[in-house]
Design a protein around this ligand. Structure first.
Ligand SMILES: Nc1ncnc2c1ncn2[C@@H]1O[C@H](COP(=O)(O)OP(=O)(O)OP(=O)(O)O)[C@@H](O)[C@H]1O
Length: 353
């Protein structure tokens, strides 16, 4: 069921068209991640949904209620939307308890009970309630900010890069914890992030913005494996892009003949593979007779995920390929390996968007 509908939203700041006719729907209880390069319009979109910014044209509808229709808008405080920003924006002079309880009725009998429930919900120790924000770590401050936003019982939660100031390990834990809290509370969530891996792992739906336009929206799997164009492909992760000659359901390319997801297409096209679709195996002796023999030119040890870079023996002049590998059984630089492909290559939709 559509919970939030964004229809033909446009927003201009002077000469800059920050949002150009954006259409996006968000299902009830789902998590959407909005990603895109810097300046692509992510924050502007979030601010329009929150009511902090006014669109020039288009509508924002929440549960059937019109929140914005061009410049006619419902004010932010009447929208029932929670927002957690990058810095958490806690009040430094208030205790954690008072930050969480900010906006609750002072005399409210069950205020303390509710604050306890909220701090439990974000999995923080109640012993922290008397502390000030500066006595908390960055991750703990973000949890307090989330608890404060949850206290207003929002139907929709907007997260504007809330994990970006945190270290990698903490960031991942926080992301999982926040996803769990919001899922348990059944709150529909929109996350703005410039971190593609974060978007893919957090969301049910990923929306990619570029130059103020929505270029693609869909499940993380769809966007990662079937991106609409090469920019989206490379934005969402490492991609191997190869020229190919398409036949019915296959492509002839530097890796030999491999199956594609484009039945019925023929002629020249660019195909895409993700690096984890390539595998190598060691071969001895007659490597040069194998169409997909590769010469290893670099091995980057990265712990759990290593990168083996090679050139294809029979496709001189093509760019080196990088294969993701486990740390076990890495080839030596200078050795020859056999390269095979797992799954199908993706063919970009030439119709474009
Ligand atoms: N108040 C403003 N006045 C003028 N231009 C603005 C304003 N806010 C945003 N812009 C411009 O609109 C475009 C979109 O900005 P926005 O902040 O939405 O991008 P973003 O995708 O969130 O970027 P980032 O990832 O860097 O935060 C940019 O070109 C930006 O310079």
């Amino acid at each position: 069921m559509t919970f939030l509908a964004i229809k033909n939203i446009s927003k201009r700041y002077g000469p800059v068209l920050a949002l150009d006719n954006i259409d996006l729907t968000v299902a009830a209880g789902s998590r959407t991640a909005v990603v895109g390069p810097s300046g692509s319009g992510k924050t502007t979109l979030l601010r329009i949904i929150a009511g902090f910014d006014i669109p020039d044209a288009g509508q924002v509808m929440l549960e059937g209620e019109t929140l914005a229709d061009g410049p006619a808008v419902v004010p932010a405080h009447r929208r029932g939307i929670g927002i957690v920003s990058q810095d958490g924006a806690l009040f430094p002079h208030l205790s954690v308890a008072d930050n969480i309880g900010f906006g609750m009725e002072r005399g409210q009998a069950d205020r303390a009970k509710e604050i306890n429930a909220l701090i439990d919900m974000v999995e923080l120790d109640r012993g922290m309630l008397d502390r000030r924000p500066h006595q908390l770590s960055g991750g703990q401050q973000q949890r307090v900010a989330l608890a404060r936003a949850l206290g207003r019982k929002p139907g929709l939660m907007l997260l504007d890069e809330p994990f970006s100031a945190l270290d990698t390990g903490l960031r991942e834990n926080m992301r999982k914890a926040v996803a769990r809290v919001l899922r348990n509370a059944g709150i529909t969530t929109i996350l703005v992030t410039h971190d593609q891996a974060e978007a893919l792992s957090f969301a049910d739906q990923v929306a990619v913005l570029r130059g103020g336009k929505l270029v693609q929206a869909g499940t993380p799997q769809t966007l990662y494996l079937n991106p609409c164009d090469r920019e989206t492909a490379t934005f969402l992760g490492d991609a191997i892009l190869l020229p190919a000659e398409l036949g019915d359901g296959f492509a002839d390319c530097a890796l030999g003949r491999i199956p594609t997801d484009a039945n019925g297409r023929r002629g020249r096209a660019e195909i895409m593979l993700r690096p984890e679709q390539l595998r190598f195996s060691m071969i001895n002796g007659t490597a040069s007779d194998t169409i997909c023999a590769g010469n290893v030119i670099d091995v980057e040890f990265g712990g759990a995920i290593c990168t083996v870079t090679l050139t294809l023996a029979k496709a001189a002049g093509t760019a080196p390929l990088s294969i993701k590998s486990s740390s076990v059984g890495l080839p030596d630089v200078g050795s020859t390996v056999h390269v095979s492909v797992v799954g199908k290559a993706h063919v970009f939709d030439t119709a474009g968007r």
